[in-house]
Each structure stands twice: as structure tokens, then as C-alpha cells.
Design a protein around this ligand. Structure first.
Ligand code: NAI
Length: 254
């Protein structure tokens, strides 16, 4: 018996990194999973790999900044898999070249692009998933913030977007508690994904310093983050809402 049996769960950014690991874990725990991303080939590969071993997952092309596309994708998901009861907002971007410049050298178009995906993506996907959760009589949303929301790491648009995800999570948790819908966020530290590697390639020396400050002495694995997300989605977390959980190998308290 899986911990997410019969749940329909949407994972944005499900084709790569933390999102991909979450899709796999949710399917293994018995959920019917919608993989939503803009990277079609890797997204379809995850679908095929899971279907081959008898698990239920389906890929949907969906840009989290495009409201019409979200509405359409969610309608298809509901008709294919059933009412949405879980949403993992994992789609996210960073711009290690331009967003990492200090504010007086920053560019509005760069900040807007990052904030559009990392913040408006969360708002839009929540907006269109919540009515289905209300109909289902229950739901759980997990937003992915970052250590960048809690400490000073480079990335002006990135840090602004991730800080806002924390505040929106709290507000959303209060607004939807009466519908039996829980909303939480997580703040991962340094997790070994294509996104982190792209950032650390730009700043190898800074990356080495950061890694030295992780008490557990290594990067996190996407699967370790997926375990936390799966827990928050499941009934085991039935009394947890409105919180942010840090998963960082001890970095923040070092
Ligand atoms: P990743 O780059 O491996 O995966 C992100 C996925 O989001 C990709 O498949 C990408 O195609 C998708 N995506 C990007 N823009 C999209 C859009 N407009 N619409 C739909 N999908 C889109 O990155 P990773 O590391 O797995 O990141 C997942 C989340 O975790 C992000 O929100 C990131 O900010 C956050 N995070 C990651 C950390 C890390 O160390 N890797 C640390 C803290 C937070």
C-alpha cells in the first residue's frame, strides 16, 4: 500500500532534477502523476520509464507562465487522471550570468523573467489547481522556495522570487485551511541538479566555499528532497500547514 494511493498529483518542472525525482517517488507511492514541463523529450522519457513498470504518469507540455496553457493542461489532467489533490510547484529557473550582479548593475528584464517563472508560476498553478482540490474535498500543495529566501546568496530576482514564495505559502495556507487544503514550502540547500550545476559552473570558487560550509559535507540528492515532498503530500503530514521546512545538510546552522 503506497502512501499516496489514488492521489492525483501535478508536478511542475517534472522533467528534471527535484521535480523529476518527485514524480518518480510519487508514482512509486501509488499516485497518478501529471508531469508538467517545457522540456518535452525528457518529460516523455520519465512517463515511459514509469509506465513500463506499471506506474501511472503522463506528460503534459505546460509553461507555468502561460495561464491559458495551465488551464488547458489541468483540464486534460482531470479528465485523464481525476481530480487534482496534490500540486508540487517545482518549476524554477536561475540566471547565473546576469541575475547574480548586484542591484545597481542589475537588469529589469532579467529580474522579470526569473520572477515570472519562480513566483507567478507558483501563483498561476495554484490558482488553477485549487478549484479542483476544493471539489475533491482535500488537497496538499508543496512550493519549492530556497535557502536563498533565508540567507544572502547571489541572485537578485531569484532571492526576491523565493522570499515571496514563503509569504504566499503562508497566506494560501490560511485561506484554504477551511477546505482541508494544506499548503507548505520547502527550502532546499545545495542539491545536485542541472540547475545547481549551471550556477556553480559560473562561480566555481564560490561553490567550493559554499560546499565547505555544509556540515554533512556533500550536495543533497534530488531523491532526498523528493522524500520530504512526498511526506508533505501524504496523510502522514495531515496536521502540517503553513510551514517552511529547510533541507540543507545543516548549512543554515553551521
Ligand atoms: P532543474 O533545472 O533540474 O529543473 C527545473 C525544471 O523546471 C526543468 O525541467 C525546467 O524545464 C522546468 N521549467 C523551467 N521553466 C519552466 C516553465 N516556464 N514552465 C514549466 N517548467 C519549467 O532544477 P532543480 O534544481 O531541480 O530545481 C527545482 C526547484 O528547486 C526550482 O524551483 C529551484 O529554484 C529549486 N531549488 C533548487 C535548489 C538546488 O540546489 N538545485 C536549491 C533550492 C531551490
Amino acid at each position: 500500500m503506497g502512501r499516496l494511493n489514488n492521489m492525483v498529483i501535478v508536478v511542475t518542472g517534472g522533467a528534471s532534477g527535484i521535480g523529476r525525482a518527485t514524480v518518480i517517488k510519487c508514482a512509486q507511492e501509488g499516485a497518478r502523476v501529471a508531469i508538467c514541463d517545457v522540456q518535452d523529450n525528457p518529460g516523455k522519457e520519465v512517463e515511459e520509464d514509469l509506465n513500463k513498470v506499471g506506474l501511472t504518469a503522463k506528460y503534459y507540455h505546460m509553461d507555468v507562465t502561460d495561464e491559458e496553457e495551465i488551464e488547458r493542461a489541468f483540464r486534460h489532467i482531470v479528465s485523464d487522471l481525476g481530480l487534482i489533490q496534490g500540486l508540487v510547484n517545482a518549476a524554477g529557473i536561475a540566471d547565473p550570468k546576469f541575475d547574480t550582479k548586484p542591484i545597481h548593475e542589475g537588469r529589469l528584464d532579467v529580474w522579470e523573467r526569473v520572477i515570472r517563472v519562480n513566483l507567478f508560476g507558483v501563483l498561476l498553478c495554484s490558482k488553477h489547481a485549487l478549484p479542483y482540490m476544493i471539489k475533491a474535498g482535500k488537497g496538499s500543495i508543496v512550493n519549492i522556495s530556497s535557502l536563498a529566501a533565508l540567507t544572502a546568496l547571489p541572485g537578485v530576482g531569484y532571492t526576491a522570487s523565493k522570499g515571496a514564495v514563503l509569504s504566499v505559502t503562508r497566506l494560501c495556507a490560511m485561506d484554504y485551511a477551511k477546505y482541508n487544503i494544506r499548503v507548505n514550502s520547502i527550502s532546499p540547500g545545495f542539491i545536485d541538479t542541472p540547475l545547481l550545476q549551471s550556477i556553480w559552473r559560473e562561480t566555481p570558487e564560490h561553490a567550493k566555499e559554499l560546499l565547505k560550509s555544509v556540515p554533512l559535507g556533500r550536495l543533497g540528492k534530488p531523491e532526498e528532497v523528493a522524500s520530504l515532498i512526498t511526506f508533505l503530500l501524504s496523510n502522514e503530514a495531515s496536521y502540517i500547514t503553513g510551514v517552511n521546512i529547510i533541507i540543507d545538510g545543516g548549512y543554515i546552522v553551521h
